[in-house]
Design a protein around this ligand. Structure first.
Ligand code: ATP
Length: 246
């Protein structure tokens, strides 16, 4: 039986993470439109799960939202000043340093007072079950440990918005569970979560709302329970039925 995360949604209605808007955003490469035009606002509690087939434009949408890419046309907007943001990728991007140093470096770059960096880093390592790995070079950690370190690094920065691009695609069930627990904690702390996944079960476990893409266009943006029980578009119906769509 499906269980939607109504408790997650209820827990965070008092916290208002900054709203993200796409205003007629298009992204083209060498004159070829890859995404858009799309307009939507993420103003609800979330988490927002971005779904769609391979090549639908999910990663592009996240990169545009996070500012790693600039729209060819249109605007990405925030209600208020640009928020503190972090992004976690399927393959964690870590420095050739120890796990601890990855965190202290991120804190120092973020202008955290020098004396506070190590205690905060150790606190985050403990929170993510990585204390024993503090001195281990980040790049020799297992895939699951590296992803937890990437989440710990985001955690110390206290982002108002966290983008996650298929963060569990390469992980085993235990590691997936740890990542999902962390996502829930970020959410409960008031961080806006925008995450892509191919895993329908995972989306059902985490989503407050779903942004569904097909062919570079947003076909649906609905509460999760609506998306999973009564998708409006043919593309979403086919996707949920496991049909091959482009
Ligand atoms: N920087 C880029 N330059 C040119 N083309 C790109 C760029 N980034 C993505 N594309 C193309 O845009 C389309 C959408 O890519 P995107 O990575 O957003 O898809 P996706 O929905 O995340 O797919 P997947 O589920 O396979 O990761 C693809 O055809 C891809 O080849």
């Amino acid at each position: 039986m499906t269980s939607f995360n109504t408790s997650l949604t209820a827990a965070t209605t008092l916290l208002a993470p900054p709203a993200l808007g796409f205003d007629d955003v298009t992204f083209s490469h060498q004159g070829k439109p890859l995404l858009g035009p799309c307009s939507f606002t993420l103003a609800g509690a979330g988490p927002t799960l971005v779904m769609g087939a391979n090549g639908a434009g999910k990663s592009l949408l996240l990169r545009l939202a996070h500012g790693l890419l600039s729209p060819t046309q249109g605007q990405v907007t925030w209600d208020g000043p640009a928020p503190r943001q972090a992004m976690v990728f399927q393959k964690p991007v870590l420095l050739r340093r120890s796990a601890l140093a990855n965190l202290t470096h991120a804190l120092a770059v973020n202008h955290t007072p020098r004396k506070a960096c190590k205690p905060l880093a150790f606190e985050a390592l403990a929170r993510f079950g990585l204390t024993a790995c503090a001195d281990t070079p980040a790049r020799v950690l297992s895939g699951g440990e590296q992803q937890r370190l990437a989440l710990a690094r985001a955690w110390v920065l206290e982002p108002e918005v966290l983008f996650l691009d298929e963060p569990t695609a390469a992980l085993d069930p235990a590691a997936i569970k740890a990542v999902e627990a962390a996502v829930r904690e970020f959410h409960q702390r008031g961080t806006r979560i925008v995450m892509t996944t191919h895993d329908l079960h995972q989306a059902k476990r985490l989503a407050g709302d779903v942004l569904f893409l097909a062919g570079g266009k947003v076909r649906e943006h609905t509460p999760a329970e609506v998306f999973f029980t009564a998708p409006a578009s043919k593309e979403a119906q086919a996707f949920l039925a496991g049909e091959l769509i482009e």
